[in-house]
Design a protein around this ligand. Structure first.
Ligand SMILES: [Zn+2]
Length: 355
């Protein structure tokens, strides 16, 4: 289909990715290589079948739990120091080459990478930071790690995740998050003290909320956990009081359009048009992210381009969203990155070279 020419953000303009899960960010061919390198027994010997196992497909239905299920294999494959180093290294470098992303926040739950306690957590974390270091030696990019707590985890396991984030904060862990499936045992109030402690140590706070769960939970999270940012938060558009809280506290929403469409959290682009209208009217600050570029087969530039093409965000609003991402990053000194001397090659050229 031919689309009318709509101005897109130039490739020279650097971008910040704030919401990206490691489990959905590694290219399938790299995951396949890592799995074989480690001799992991996969349910298939066919690469194409494997690729389908770890990527979302519009034909396979849209459900939140169905999407989370795709992480089963990626998390298992990433559950070793070797795999983590390579995964982080590939994602950070790839983001720079393919999309001129110069600030990359990458999130994961270290306790979902240690084979139920068989692997030492500090080794997993140190290896991921090594992957980050290697990528920064090669490219002008500032990465940072966010550790995800899990709604389905008991408190004491989540507490360990926060303690690890605190211990490793000076080495590149920049924040904490709460992710995972909706759970009847999870209570926001239980986490107030723990999150205050993380904040005292200078960690950024973001929380997945207002996505698959009810809008009421957004207000609770704001009151009890005082996040700097909110993962998704699209449901807030349906409640002016919640939007007032977000605006007054200067919270930034990390909006991942394709992800919300894939999980069925948002019904279509027309609903997004309405959601962004509400955000505009209520002066809500937001960043555009992918959630998982490889699993969802989209990049930030695709997300922005689609929003522009559909007339949901103007060119100026796309520039604003890109600036908001940089301002809201937990990574220090993101604007110090030295711009490339030459114009980056097109994504098609880069992908052809990497194929
Ligand atoms: Zn997410």
């Amino acid at each position: 289909m031919l689309w009318p020419m709509v101005r897109q953000l130039p490739r020279r303009m650097p971008l910040a990715e704030l919401h990206c899960h490691l489990g959905s960010a590694v290219t399938p061919s790299v995951m396949w290589g890592i799995a074989h390198e480690q001799g992991i027994k996969l349910p298939t010997k066919d690469y194409w079948e494997f690729r389908q196992m770890i990527t979302a497909s519009p034909t396979r239905g849209h459900s939140f739990d169905g999407y989370l299920h795709l992480f089963h294999w990626t998390e298992l494959i990433q559950s070793s120091p070797l795999a983590m180093e390579r995964s982080v290294y590939e994602v950070v470098g790839g983001a720079y080459r393919k999309n001129n992303v110069t600030t990359m926040e990458l999130r994961f739950n270290p306790m979902k990478r240690n084979r139920g306690g068989e692997q030492d957590l500090d080794h997993i974390i140190a290896a991921s930071l090594r992957g980050m270091d290697r990528a920064t030696l090669e490219y002008p990019i500032r990465p940072g790690l966010i550790f995800c707590l899990d709604r389905a985890f008991p408190f004491d396991l989540n507490e360990i995740v926060v303690e690890k984030a605190i211990v490793w904060r000076d080495r590149g862990v920049v924040g904490i998050d709460i992710a995972g499936p909706e759970s009847s045992t999870f209570r926001v109030a239980d986490y107030s003290k723990l999150f205050r402690r993380a904040r005292q140590y200078g960690l950024g706070i973001t929380v997945h909320v207002g996505e698959a769960g009810p809008v009421e939970e957004v207000g609770q999270v704001i009151e009890l956990l005082e996040p700097d940012r909110i993962g998704h938060g699209v449901k807030s558009a349906y409640d002016p009081r919640t939007m007032a809280m977000i605006r007054e506290r200067g919270i930034v929403l990390e909006i991942c359009p394709t992800s919300n469409l894939q999980t069925g959290v948002v019904s279509g682009w027309e609903e997004f048009r309405w959601i962004f209208d509400q955000f505009r009217r209520n002066e809500i600050r937001f960043a555009i992210s992918t959630d998982g570029p490889e699993m969802l087969r989209t990049y930030i530039r695709d997300e922005l381009a689609t929003l522009g093409r559909l007339g949901i965000l103007s060119y100026e609003e796309q520039v604003q969203a890109a600036q908001t991402s940089l301002q809201a990053s937990f990574v220090p000194k993101v604007t110090d990155v030295v711009a490339a001397a030459r114009k980056p090659a097109t994504r098609q050229e880069v992908e052809r070279e990497e194929a």
